[in-house]
Design a protein around this ligand. Sequence first.
Ligand SMILES: O=C(O)CCC(=O)C(=O)O
Ligand SMILES: [Fe+2]
Length: 234
Amino acid sequence: MNLAFRAASEAAEHQQSDGGKGRTVVVDLGNESQVVHVPRFLPFEDSWNAYGLKASLQTLHVYTSQPRDTCYVASAGLPGVAYSGYKPHAYSWDDYPPLKDILDAVHKALPGSSFNSLLLNRYKGGNDCVGWHSDDEKLYGPTPEIASVSFGCDREFLLKKKPSKKFQGKNREGERPSKRPKMIEHPDQHSFMLKHGSLLLMRGYTQRDWFHSVPKRAKAEAVRINLTFRRVLE
Ligand SMILES: O=C(O)CCC(=O)C(=O)O
Ligand SMILES: [Fe+2]
């Protein structure tokens, strides 16, 4: 366990008061990819209010043509981010002081980390979602660490292994497959219930080798805010 993992799990142990439910889980995805889930990262019973987040987000300018609202916050002078044909305006940390406080909490829990940007997603209800994707944009480098903090409604977060490039669309001899019955592969999947106040870290080659998503959930009625802290390489 490296330093950052230890810090995260110590933070969780600190906040544990219910005999183990809030325990940190480290999932080794293989090939130097890892996910760390800290269910009780923020110690506050009501983190929304503790961070003044709800009030601050009333004024948030969001991009809404996706099945969720998004907003991008970044330190000054970074190259612009573009994904899915969308180039978000970069807000400054000073526009949303509560986000800066949460960033400080994340940095404290993960010694050595220095996130300089944040993508905020607001899921207004169970119909809002994010489809399968990976955050593998070049500007994050080959092994980005992404720290995801969740508020509000519990939502499921799924990880699915990308198909191995070696055999994509071809059989083992490198020929196009004939009319043989199709082999159905069951790719590795992982699921995490991301609760209010939780932290999920993706690191190593997780973006290169895995997709992730937050699927629609009919029963998820309340709003959820997710913050993904990232480091744009300068
Ligand atoms: O809402 C989440 O938990 C994930 C968000 C996400 O994958 C992203 O912003 O790239
Ligand atoms: Fe993502």
